[in-house]
Design a protein around this ligand. Sequence first.
Ligand code: GLN
Length: 201
Amino acid sequence: MSSPRIGVLALQGDVREHLAALESSGAAGSSVRRAEELDEVDGLIIPGGESTTMSNLLTVFDLLEPLRARLKDGLPAYGSCAGMILLAGEILDTRPDAHHLDALDITVRRNAFGRQVDSFETDLQFAGIEGDAVRAVFIRAPWVERVGPDVEVLATVPEGPAAGRVVAVRQGNVMATSFHPEVTGDRRVHQQFVDLVRKSF
Ligand code: GLN
């Protein structure tokens, strides 16, 4: 089967790790910094980083409207951490001028886990991924406070003070995780996204 071409939004954040994860998941990865590069991809990853900075750079690079248009048109997308925040329909605890892409009917809270546990790791069950639990690395992560009726919850925090909090979702062709699968070497979350892109052909 041919490799889908999947872009990684490369304005800021952990772009390289996602490109490497894509390459080992059977996709051809490419950086997206310009609207013409966005035109060429079959799917897009929005990486972790800093959502308000990325929001600002989307405007600087004239990518905000082209990206909104492609998402509206059904472009498969996957956002991790800051990427989840950008894909959300509503963001709590952000700057009033921060843009969001409105591709997922969810409300996210930025930096939701609080100071005590602002970075942590846990093992969790992820819908559609069989076998061992998925190691989830959270770095000043958001959580999802509201999911709309068409949104499937893929994972929740299993234990501790944040037990039950929603940290992975999918709505149609768009998925998002609060955590960073690109840093663990486990490619199963990326593989799930690559499969989603393949099915959208
Ligand atoms: N706290 C960051 C933000 O609000 C996200 C952190 C991350 O992507 N690791 O954008």
